[in-house]
Ligand binder design. Sequence first.
Ligand code: GDP
Length: 196
Amino acid sequence: MRPTPQFLLSATSAAQFPDTEAPEVAFLGRSNVGKSSLLNALVGSKQAHVSATPGRTQAINFFALHEGAPGKAPTLMLADLPGYGYAKISKSISAEWPKFIEPYLADREQLALCVCLVDAKIPPQESDAQLIAYLRSIHRSILVVGTKADKLSGNEKTRSATALKDGLGIDQVLLCSAKSGLGIKEIWTELRALQM
Ligand code: GDP
């Protein structure tokens, strides 16, 4: 059975980021892209529910996965970042985003992978393209995940993947669905590959 990551803490400043050594995976996406639902599917609804608590939506919520002996340090960390808006991401990454997000992305040494969620049923969005370009400019590893793929037929899935790859300038997009479970195993495979 897959161990469940446990909610660790909510941080609203760099000083509150956990002092962990495990590789960390950040989850990023526009509001309403299905990030909470995907995290529910990945870590279990009881855990991800925490990040939907009012006041925590503008925080980075950290989850720790322990696979060693009880009490040992985590082997993997998940970081749920606040959703960004529908408008273009302005000058810096986003005017709407709390100030600690950009330093988190730029400076967090443990950050091993940025999972960028994009809605598979709509055309590529400028804000997503900007975020991906920014992450690339700071040399972050990126996994682009197309959400809500259960809403697409087989042909539509192919078309959506092509449009997202072209529009976002990426080589690969992993289509998934929190509803049907499509792609969840594949995301876990990517996460496990990073584990200490
Ligand atoms: P968040 O704002 O990114 O955390 O998005 P939510 O997880 O709250 O989801 C936003 C909306 O999309 C909700 O109405 C969800 O029910 C819906 N949604 C999320 N994931 C899926 C999915 O995999 N399939 C479908 N059909 N709807 C989804």
